[in-house]
Ligand binder design. Sequence first.
Ligand code: HEM
Length: 446
Amino acid sequence: MARSYRKNGVPGEPGWPVFGKSLALLRNPAKVSHEMVSKYGQVYWSNAFGRTNVSMLGPDANEFVLMDRERNFSSAGGWNPLLGLLFPNGLMLRDFDDHRAHRRIMQVAFKQPAMQNYVAKLNEGIRQGLDRWREKGDFRFYEAIKQLTLNTAASVFLGMPLGKEADRINQAFFDSVQAAVAVIRTPIPGTKMWRGVQGRKYLEQFFREQVPLRRGTAGTDMFTLLCNAVDEEGNTYTDSDIVDHMDFLMMAAHDTLTSSITTLIYELCRHPEWQDAARRECAALNLPPDNLPYEHLAELQIIEWCFKEALRMNPPVPSIPRTAVREFQFGGYTIPAGTTVNISPGYTHKMPELWENPQNFEPDRFSEQRAEDRKHKFAWVPFGGGAHMCIGLHFAYMQTKVFMYQLLLNYEFHLDDGYEADFQIMPIPKPKDGLPIHLRPLEEAA
Ligand code: HEM
């Protein structure tokens, strides 16, 4: 099957007829990239997910593509086949000047005063969510954190109380996120893609009706902020822009947070010494166990290392696609316009040249003493980099810290003896069995 030849001078192989390397990549992307690198080096081509891709691996490639100093690469071209139908015109699906103009307006919703309000809402939503977990005891963590993240999103992103309408929105949103990774890409009735398209329609209608009601009001949720956002030059969003950006923002935040917090919990169960250290750090703040104020976020250093390490081990966006808008040179190859290229945080994060014991969970690799992430500016790239670098990066740290703070000060958590999770990596890392864990209120565990 592996008929290798050069395409535009780049070595590689197509993989199986029709599927190319899709199935192998879904099964084990690390294995595929290691095999390909050992045959062809860190730049190679192959077929997957209906198109020919040139993989460009390692930190130099990350820097070249993400910084894009020569304006070679379209993010819209890379992401549209995956997300265009369900999340059209989202920020990641825009390029160059148009992208910059839209990003500038969106920044309003990520400035410090906005973030302070989100932290207050996060604390409240997480407190309510964790109270409900008290009854559960033993449960599948992945599903539970997914629901909790959806519920907090209703208040933080939409400024809505929990209830029937929030449930309907959550369902519509859930359907469109599921469809983003559906195998059947045509919306035939009954398929995930069809449910996703219906979900998108519902959300579009909801946002569209709400925009005029929110313009000119003083709400502190992300939706109301976007309705009233003005950049330094006085630019604002149209109603359609707001619909598209809200839908995309909720998608971009949801699965990434669910995935990374799940990896973090798994590793903290496997490494109780880090779970205890993180708990001691929280207790040392001497604050109520159900509220982490914004001003104290920066003090949770150990949780930050642990989260960074979880993002290194299982980056929620394991590979980042672009299309070349013009011919470019990299690694001794000349690659033509129109080529789809992929860089891979997943591969870079496990390179032994960059990371000591890359398969191990060692959060102190991010400490001043070890500082492994500083060996190369693009060694650790879970949030991407350059013009499209994740705009929700600080939000992600905030939600994780508030959640971990309240969890650690109220509960102890562990796995069955000898349990090992089997993670599906593509399109987004998640434990295949949902990660069964045991949760004990601290007063019982003592
Ligand atoms: C652990 C959590 C998260 C991870 C790992 C993550 C990862 C990423 C990555 C890798 C990109 C860049 C993709 C590219 O260059 O093609 C990105 C972009 C983006 N993310 Fe996140 N993200 C996370 C959380 C969030 C949250 C919480 C939000 C919103 C509140 C968010 C909103 C966005 C948006 C709007 C973009 C597009 C930025 C642009 O194109 O300018 N993300 N994210």
